[in-house]
Design a protein. Structure first.
Ligand SMILES: CC(C)(COP(=O)(O)OP(=O)(O)OC[C@H]1O[C@@H](n2cnc3c(N)ncnc32)[C@H](O)[C@@H]1OP(=O)(O)O)[C@@H](O)C(=O)NCCC(=O)NCCS
Length: 181
């Protein structure tokens, strides 16, 4: 059964499923410039089928490791994605990645969504460490991590290559004993 977290009366996180491929593609398509600044996969996404391939891979990943990938729904509209890139059961760690359509920024949707994913990671999966990685120039993403008291633990030099240039990557993390629930 599809996992569904109700955050408040407006925001829901729903595990991605194949019927989301079409709205997901439309959202990416109308936010190409916004997303292309930070993600290499945007240019490679050229049809709803590409969205479907991504969604199938997330379902497979969930079945193997419980690494959850969700659509973010705001007022019944798909407005973004949040998910775990992997779950490492030996280290009990994960990395959370996310994005929103540009017109849905500035409302606190992502901070609330990450908070819910933290509850899933620490309480349900009983993980020890959650990471957020973002480009050094991505102030909005850094602000999400900092708002939730993640600790900036490293800067990886030239660890991303987007739009023809390298950029430094910041690693933020939160440990289970720092998580306040
Ligand atoms: C990164 C990204 C998700 C951040 O989005 P965001 O809207 O800034 O983050 P939130 O949804 O948490 O909203 C925070 C903003 O809402 C405001 N806000 C309103 N109500 C709020 C609430 N209840 N809680 C928190 N913030 C709230 C905050 O003050 C903040 O506004 P500000 O930017 O004017 O300071 C978005 O910029 C994005 O998708 N960018 C492109 C893709 C990307 O970079 N992804 C991350 C790659 S590492």
């Amino acid at each position: 059964m599809r996992i569904n977290f109700e955050l408040d009366e407006d925001i829901q996180l729903k595990q991605l499923q194949s019927s989301d491929a079409s709205p997901l593609y439309s959202l990416i398509n109308s936010n190409r410039e916004h997303l292309n600044e930070w993600f290499v996969w945007v240019n490679k996404t050229q049809s709803p089928q590409d969205g479907n391939t991504f969604i199938s891979s997330t379902i497979e990943k969930y079945e193997k490791t419980k690494a959850l990938e969700c659509g973010i729904w705001y007022k019944h509209q798909l407005v973004g994605v949040i998910g775990m890139r992997y779950v490492d059961m030996t280290l009990k760690s994960t990395e959370i990645g996310y994005w929103l359509g540009e017109s849905f920024e500035g409302k606190g949707i992502m901070t609330k969504s990450v908070k819910r994913m933290l509850a899933y990671a620490f309480k349900e999966l009983q993980l020890h460490k959650v990471e957020i990685r973002c480009a050094e120039g991505n102030r909005r993403s850094q602000a999400v991590a900092e708002r939730l008291n993640f600790v900036k633990e490293a800067m990886l030099r030239d660890n991303g290559y987007i739009n023809g240039r390298y950029h430094n990557q910041l690693v933020y993390s939160l440990l289970e004993n720092e998580y306040e629930g």
